[in-house]
Design a binder for this molecule. Structure first.
Ligand code: TYD
Length: 143
């Protein structure tokens, strides 16, 4: 696995990963294995749901955490920012994930009704891994 240092990660280091889909007329299955379909081992899974219309989530960066974000249901946009450039990804399919390396600011916006944002994360929850103020993030990226 290529490791990208969080201070130097760029929006171009984020990528859409096409996940496998086991197709059947009675419904589909997508399976994700540690370090196989995605470039890290999964330590935590969480999901956002019942997001009210017009609400946004995120508004922070992570110092070490890597994530794969999937729209398990519905759709939403993720705006990422490396302190120089912003990129917007629309997630709208359960077999498509956005890989986010550490050190990128993100905002999740435009949630559709009933959207479920599934997040596979490389680390357990730690408030110390968050950068919650943009000016602190800018300084972090200039190290
Ligand atoms: P946060 O990651 O800031 O939410 P979002 O980026 O989706 O807007 O988390 C919101 C709150 O939930 C915060 O107080 C921490 C808590 N939380 C946990 O306790 N464990 C977790 O795994 C996550 C993701 C959040």
């Amino acid at each position: 696995m290529k490791t990208i240092s969080p201070e130097n990660s760029r929006v171009y280091d984020a990528s859409i990963i096409q996940l496998p889909r086991i197709f059947a007329q009675k419904g589909n299955i997508t399976a994700i294995n540690n370090e196989k379909e995605i470039p890290f081992a999964i330590k935590r899974i969480y999901y956002l749901y019942d997001v009210p219309g017009g609400e946004s989530r995120g508004g922070h960066a992570h110092k070490e955490l890597m994530q794969l974000i999937v729209a398990a249901s519905g759709s939403f946009d993720i705006v990422i920012d490396d302190s120089k450039i912003k990129r917007t990804f629309t997630l709208a399919r359960p077999d498509c994930g956005l890989f986010l390396p550490a050190g990128l600011w993100r905002e999740l916006v435009n949630f559709s009704s009933g959207a479920i944002c599934l997040v596979l994360a490389s680390l357990e929850y730690s408030e110390g891994d968050y950068i919650r103020f943009y000016d602190e993030f800018s300084k972090f990226k200039k190290q």
